[in-house]
Ligand binder design. Sequence first.
Ligand code: NIG
Ligand code: FE
Length: 422
Amino acid sequence: MMEPDTNSNTASVLIGPFAQLVTMDTLPLKGSLSDGQLTVMEDAGILIEGGTIVETGPFDRLVKEVHSDKVRTVELPAHSIGLPGFVDAHTHSCFAGSRAQDYALRNSGSSYLEIAQAGGGIWDTVEQTRKADPEFLESLLLERIQGFMQSGITTLEVKSGYGLSISEELKMLRVIRSAAEKTAMDLIPTCLAAHTFPRDFKGKPADYLEIIVKELLPILIGERLTTRLDAFVEQSAFSPEEIIPYLRAGKEMGFDLTLHADQFSAGGSDVAISCGAISADHLEASGPKEIQALANSEVIATALPGASLGLGCGFTPARALLDAGACLAIASDYNPGSAPMGDLLTQASILGAFEKLSNAEVLAGITFRAAAALGLSDRGRLVPGQKADIAIFHAKHYNEIPYHQGKLRPSQVVKNGNFILN
Ligand code: NIG
Ligand code: FE
């Protein structure tokens, strides 16, 4: 039986036996994967020290070898399957209010862009988020983080982008940092001040972006609020011509770049490649030319099936991207507008069914490939030296996990070596 957690990050702990441990070891960052390529260890244990994996191997051998007072052994119930903790590399989890009305309008025939142009959409959430005081916003975010942890996510990217002024963007990023201090979840903050042109800004988009560069970005660096910049390249947001100088300036200041690209029309993925972004996210409108260019680049292609489900439109061409040789990450895009479900495992499994992805490709997309989309190489595989972040499921075979399309929830989640579900 599971023992209570001591929550001591420095202690050594041996966890097992895992009926199957799907380590993601040796899998390449880019290109298609077959399930036969997965390393699946049976009756395995994981030895953890100070939150880091020190060894994986046969549980019985590890039990004998580490027989010492200093190592706590946590015995798992039969049929425990271990996977790397999931990484949700694209979310807008810090927001106030609901956009249920947008959803109803879209399902009655209005498009996402029409709603945005009529003053709804992102701007609606900006108004609601600006009204929320930081404590309330933080409590909403922390509640959502709890739900993400229960679904096996151990690293969560969170964007700003519903402030759209210096002070309101700062409010959001400070809320994200304050929440990060109160949760076991690793939060990766991203500044999305270039989410859309703010309706109350007096001037042109270029003036707005210039002010962000001159006034906001230095504060982000000074307060160490984030090292990542995102922008939405689309008709209702910023054009390539408007955004390129912004991205270049941000990169020169040391920010990593990621983009909302090719969601409704192509153009953004080109910008991502030419500006050296780590990832280009969405890509529902990418055609053969964009797919090949992404595959030839180092830019990670992040599919956001939750936005396709929320908007009722086609999925990112994940199969074609993998076949062309791209690195495919999968993220939830959780946000109140286009992707209100916020359920990574469900969405990744559904994307797999529609796009004909192997289980290895689905699981890679939410583990080490998603970590790479955040510039993180210290997690996403269950091998020595990696963070001890583990999603544990009660099942006879790892195939059961995508098969249940998210209905099968983790029985336990380990973050930095600590059991975090009670
Ligand atoms: O990723 N595409 C732009 N941004 C979000 C939607 C945000 C919103 O509608 O509030 C997205 O889909
Ligand atoms: Fe998004």
